[in-house]
Design a binder for this molecule. Structure first.
Ligand SMILES: [Zn+2]
Length: 153
């Protein structure tokens, strides 16, 4: 639906039938598209900066291995996991995901919300990059937390 709208709009702009810049802006990108794009771009930046440094701070060496492997520990259940361990997660219907994911997630203590760009963006950036973080195992701790957060909204 959104794609159709954008496609149509591009044609109209090329034909010169949409002249109002305000209308153009609105049609080119919906509010939802803009928020999704911002979240994704900012998370990419976070992954290569704060998240990486945070992991370097909390990881610890696996003393049972002589190969210098690193471990991380779930903040909730205490499960110890290899830093680079990946596993196929399960979708809602029980089938495995297409790609393997790390067995843990870096979780923000403060939940990140970007509902209104004007109101929330500054706080979102602040919390994403400088908020308190912790390691959670993907299953079950992070999955439980996501469920609870969704239930709150
Ligand atoms: Zn856990």
């Amino acid at each position: 639906m959104i794609n159709k709208k954008i496609g149509l709009c591009r044609r109209e702009i090329l034909k010169g039938t949409v002249k109002d810049p305000e209308e153009m802006g609105k049609l080119f990108m919906t509010d939802g598209d803009l928020k999704a794009g911002l979240r994704s771009a900012l998370r990419k930046m976070w992954t290569s900066s704060t998240r990486r440094i945070f992991i370097e701070k909390v990881r610890f060496p696996d003393t049972s291995s002589s190969r210098g492997k690193w471990l991380v520990k779930c903040d909730e259940c205490g499960d110890v996991m290899p830093l680079s361990a990946k596993r196929y997660g399960l979708k809602k219907d029980g089938t495995p995901n297409k790609r393997e994911k790390l067995v843990y997630e870096v979780d923000h203590l403060e939940s990140l919300t970007l509902i209104d760009i004007d109101k929330d963006l500054a706080k979102y950036v602040q919390e994403l990059f400088f908020g308190e973080m912790r390691i959670l195992c993907r299953y079950p701790c992070h999955a439980e937390r996501t469920k609870k957060q969704k239930a709150k909204k």
